[in-house]
Design a protein around this ligand. Structure first.
Ligand SMILES: O=C(O)CCC(=O)C(=O)O
Ligand SMILES: [Fe+2]
Length: 332
């Protein structure tokens, strides 16, 4: 293995600089204003013409409706939203109307078709996620929300379920494709600008939104096809939907590789899916991780597999990911 290690004989002064590479990519894609807003406010919305080149938005929406039909037994009616009106589902809250603040959920989406792989690998998404969490970041979850008219707002929270205080750099990068328009009446996301710098979860008296709620919460509005990106510390929630119809969105939560992820993908990604994607896709979908073994034998298997994918990734990008235990030549 050491033979194919592209870092092996590389003098330190020519080692690639991940910060420079990330910034070069941000400039190539024209994302500087969105990175600035993300730094200042903790959240930004990248418009459809940059975020969803080609017909990505419509293909994602169609694939989600097909998946909903398969898994939920009905195809959401985007015009009327009647199949999803006051949807009870998981997380339904008895306090306000008894319906779910999320609507209906579809989970573990990345393995449900090529278009979801494309959504993850969209260079605009990866540039923003890399800016927040680095080249070794991994997918924590890919989840779809389909929300019809409802009563219940989603309280402010951060997706970082670590004890606070949190570090100021992002442990998580969260991005959501808006697949239908987002306005206050559409039941859009809410957030508190600047909350990523507080490095703590909101206190109980700070979590509610809407009338009488946290006065610092603002709606996140955007056109269908936009990509909303936020720092893992940022406090966010969602307004209830007063319009008819359905709000459809696809969320991708990425984590630094030492974090426990929501989904466990290590042994679930079929070879054909890995074969048709880059080495970075394999890293994102946990093929470069060996933690989580269940026996010595399993540890050996996982280390071997993880080192293969880590080496391929290092070859693909010239060693930009700084976390690679296999460079120690322990197994070479
Ligand atoms: O439904 C929303 O707009 C927010 C959902 C949420 O909390 C999340 O995606 O992390
Ligand atoms: Fe959240």
């Amino acid at each position: 293995m050491a033979e194919s290690n592209p870092m092996k004989n590389q003098p330190t002064d020519t080692a690639p600089d991940p910060l420079k590479a990330a910034w070069d990519e941000i400039q190539r894609l024209g994302l500087e204003p969105y990175v600035a807003e993300l730094d200042v406010n903790g959240l930004t919305v990248i418009p459809p013409e940059i975020a969803c080149p080609g017909d990505l938005k419509s293909r994602l929406l169609e694939a989600i409706l097909d998946t909903a039909e398969d898994e939920k037994g009905f195809r959401p009616d985007l015009e009327t939203g009647k199949t999803l009106k006051n949807y009870k589902g998981r997380y339904a809250s008895e306090e306000s109307g008894g319906d779910s603040p999320f609507g209906a959920l579809l989970q573990c989406m990345v393995l449900k078709g090529r278009v979801f792989e494309e959504a993850l690998m969209n260079p605009v998404h990866l540039a923003m996620a890399t800016y927040l969490c680095g080249y070794s970041t991994i997918l924590s979850s890919m989840t779809c929300f389909m929300k019809g008219p409802n009563e219940t707002c989603l309280d402010l929270h951060s997706d970082c379920f670590l004890p606070d205080p949190w570090p100021s750099h992002a442990m998580l990068s969260a991005s959501t494709y808006l697949l239908t328009d987002f306005s206050r009446e559409d039941g859009c996301t809410a957030y508190v600008p600047g909350s990523h710098r507080l490095c703590r979860r909101p206190r109980p008296e700070e979590i509610s939104i809407g009338e009488g709620g946290n006065p610092n919460a603002v709606p996140v509005e955007g056109k269908a096809g936009s990509l909303m990106v936020w720092h893992g510390n940022t406090w966010h929630g969602a307004y209830n939907r007063t319009n008819k119809g359905v709000r459809v969105s696809l969320n991708m939560l990425l984590a630094r590789p030492h974090m426990r992820t929501e989904e466990d993908l290590a042994d679930r990604v079929p070879e054909e899916v890995l074969d048709r994607n880059s080495a970075r896709f394999a890293i994102l979908t946990h093929q470069g991780l060996f933690y989580g073994f269940t026996s010595g034998e399993d540890a050996g298997r996982r280390v071997e597999r993880a080192s293969k994918y880590q080496m391929e990734y290092a070859e693909e990008n010239g060693g930009l990911a700084s976390v690679n235990p296999f460079f120690m030549h322990l197994h070479g």
